[in-house]
Each structure stands twice: as structure tokens, then as C-alpha cells.
Write a protein that binds this ligand. Structure first.
Ligand code: PLP
Length: 375
């Protein structure tokens, strides 16, 4: 089958793989070793990756913290600010109903500790309205956490406008950019976005690496307290020996994302057009405002068909998901689509097709044939 589940994880870019293998095989020193050239060389490589990641969002390289992925970055961002919030009496956290669990769960944990968490619902097209977020952000707000691009629908959120609207306020703005980092650039460069979470395996780097990028206000980083303690690496926020080969891979992936952005986008747009054409006889209902959807994703419901049955019937032709696979074991229906107010039938029928510039066209005829047999 053709792999159409790139929002779950992408294949590795061959150039990224080469860089990673070079690190594994040749530059295997510990970047923290100060007594010999092996360590020094690995450190240079890691710092080069820092620069490449920072460049994507217009941050300083010294303000990049490498992590194991976006889940860890989101946890560090949210829990890391809690101490500051308590000290300053900032007890409110504003987030959205369409966030990934790795944002929602840390927020829920802080709610259990006395923070007041306000969850803003999206409108029908899957976009959270800027004014809804700004209205929820009362003066005692510590953190606003709004994702950059939704993993289920591919809908881009107005994070730059939210940053603009929050200007001058005390609260910090965090964006989970796991799905959009390296795909949609302009917004993440907004200086009002204080914290950006990045995931390697959503952008053609390997699994197990990510970053939390901080931006400074008046020269100061967000006042983060560590969640883990140890050897003090990564500004004390992510202690532990740096995974240099994975980090270098992430840096390379960031560099290529900038270099190849137009070519990649065109390849994805072509696939989206093909997919919609193939599905057009079945009256597809696209979930998420197409005007604001990245071309990598098509979330679609076919009237009268349930997603589980469809996935099973098409499993030899295309590998897709129903959008909730990220939450592993459970096949509960999508909290994102439900929050968008879609009917239970439409939610139960939703398929998420997601691809990348490396995806070859699937056998669309076989896809259509498979669907026809179900009707
Ligand atoms: N945030 C979003 C929007 C995601 O799609 C994912 C991926 O599942 C994550 C966070 C978690 O990323 P990671 O697998 O790097 O921990």
C-alpha cells in the first residue's frame, strides 16, 4: 500500500539520514566532553544544528533546547512556567480544544493543582478565532498555548495574529508547531511567540528528537523552571547527554525545509488535487476550512461510510488513519472533529490522508473501486 499517514510520522529524508550516519560513525563524541577533540567536534555539530533550527523561526541559537520530541517540549513549556505563575499570582492558562494530548494533559495536570484552564473551542472550519483567545486571556493569565497547525485537519491557526493581540500583556505564548514547523514559516517568526515546540519525525528527521525554541523579550528568555534535573545541559531545562546524531539530523531537516519549501509544497498540492478528484464521485465532505489547510493533509468524510470499515477495505491500497492514531491504543473518536461541532456520523466517517513531497501517487482507481464496493 501507499503510505498516506505522514502526519503520524514522515519517512526519513535521505540527506538527513546521511548526516545522521556520519555522526554515528565518525563524530561519535559526547558534545559535553571538554577534554578532547571528539567532544569539541560533536559540540560544533550540535551548535550548527541549533543555528539551523533557530533560523526557521527567527530565534537565537542559544535559546534552542533539544528534546526527545514535541511531547517533551510541550511538557517543558507548560510545566516549566508553572513556578513563575505561582510566584506572580498568574493562575490562568488559555488553550484550545483542538490541541494534541501532549498539551491538553499537562494543562489538565496544572488544573488539578489549582490553575484555571480555559479551553477555547474552534469554529466550524477548525480554526480558533483570535478574538475568542484574546477574550479568554484575562490579566492573570500565565500562558496561552495555541497550536500552529492541527495534526488531524491540517488547518493553520492564526498564531501570529494571536501574538499581535497579546502584545504588551504579561502572559507567554506557546505554539505546538509539531505539524507546521518547516512547512509554514512566516507566522512562527513573530517575535510575540515565546515558545515553539518542534518534532523531528514530523519533518523527515528521525523519531526521538525535537526542540523547544524560546524567544527573548527585552533580552530575557521566558522564566522557565526545570522539570528534570541532572547535568545541567540545554540551559538546565533538558539535562542528559545530547543525542548528537539525532540533533544533527533535525538541523539538517530544518535546513532542507527552508531550501526546498516551494518544491515540497507543489508536490503536496498535486497529491491533494488528485485525492479530491478520486473521491469526488462519493460526495466528500472536507473537514477543516480548505482556505487555511496545508496541502499535506486531507481530512474527509464520505457520507454513509465509517472510517474503520473504509481503512480496512482499502488497507492494501493506502495506509491512512482516522485521525486519532496519535493517541495510540484507543480508537476513541476525534476530540478535534467533535470540538468543531461536526455531526457524530461525520466524525465517525472521517479519514485523514496525509502525505509529503516523497509520496508517490497511490493507485487512485483502486481506491475508488474499493469505496464503490462498500456502497
Ligand atoms: N503535537 C502535535 C500537534 C502532534 O501532531 C504530535 C504528534 O503526534 C505531537 C505533538 C507529539 O510529537 P512527538 O511524537 O514528537 O512527541
Amino acid at each position: 500500500p501507499t503510505y498516506l499517514d505522514c502526519n503520524a510520522t514522515t519517512p526519513l529524508d535521505p540527506e538527513v539520514r546521511d548526516e545522521m550516519l556520519r555522526m554515528f560513525d565518525i563524530e561519535y563524541g559526547n558534545p559535553g566532553s571538554r577534554t578532547h577533540a571528539f567532544g569539541a567536534k560533536a559540540k560544533v555539530e550540535v551548535n550548527d544544528a541549533r543555528q539551523k533550527v533557530a533560523a526557521v523561526v527567527g530565534a537565537n541559537p542559544e535559546d534552542v533546547v533539544f528534546t526527545s520530541g514535541a511531547t517533551e517540549s510541550n511538557n517543558i513549556a507548560i510545566f516549566g512556567l508553572a513556578k513563575h505563575g505561582r510566584a506572580k499570582g498568574l493562575r490562568r492558562i488559555v488553550t484550545t480544544a483542538i490541541e494534541h494530548k501532549s498539551v491538553l494533559e499537562p494543562c489538565a495536570a496544572l488544573a488539578a493543582e489549582g490553575f484555571e484552564v480555559v479551553t477555547v473551542a474552534p469554529r466550524g472550519g477548525g480554526r480558533v478565532q483570535v478574538e475568542d483567545v484574546l477574550a479568554a486571556a484575562s490579566p492573570d493569565t500565565l500562558l496561552v498555548s495555541v497550536m500552529h497547525v492541527n495534526n488531524e485537519t491540517g488547518v493553520v491557526q492564526s498564531v501570529a495574529e494571536i501574538a499581535e493581540g497579546l502584545a504588551g500583556r504579561d502572559c507567554f505564548l506557546h505554539c505546538d508547531a509539531a505539524q507546521g514547523f518547516g512547512k509554514e514559516f512566516e507566522q512562527l517568526r513573530h517575535p510575540g511567540i515565546d515558545l515553539v515546540s518542534v518534532s523531528g519525525h514530523k519533518m523527515y528527521a528521525p523519531k526521538g528528537v525535537g526542540a523547544l525554541v524560546m524567544k527573548r523579550r527585552k533580552g530575557r528568555r521566558p522564566p522557565m523552571a526545570p522539570v528534570l534535573v541532572g547535568g545541567g545541559q540545554e540551559l538546565g531545562l533538558r539535562p542528559g547527554t545530547l543525542a548528537a546524531p539525532l540533533i544533527v539530523a533535525l538541523g539538517k531537516a530544518a535546513e532542507i525545509a527552508v531550501r526546498d519549501r516551494d518544491r515540497r509544497r507543489k508536490a503536496c498540492e498535486r497529491l491533494r488535487v488528485e485525492a479530491l478528484e478520486a473521491l469526488s464521485p462519493f460526495a466528500p465532505e472536507v473537514n477543516g476550512d480548505p482556505e487555511h489547510t496545508l496541502p499535506h493533509t486531507l481530512n474527509v468524510s464520505l457520507p454513509g461510510l465509517r472510517s474503520e470499515a473504509l481503512m480496512l477495505a482499502l488497507k492494501d491500497v493506502i495506509a491512512v488513519s482516522n485521525g486519532s492514531a496519535c493517541t495510540s491504543n484507543s480508537y476513541e473518536s476525534s476530540h478535534v472533529l467533535k470540538a468543531m461541532g461536526l455531526s457524530p456520523e461525520r466524525v465517525a466517517g472521517a479519514l485523514r490522508l496525509s502525505w509529503c513531497h516523497m509520496t508517490l501517487s497511490p493507485d487512485w482507481k483502486a481506491v475508488a473501486e474499493g469505496i464503490r464496493l462498500m456502497l
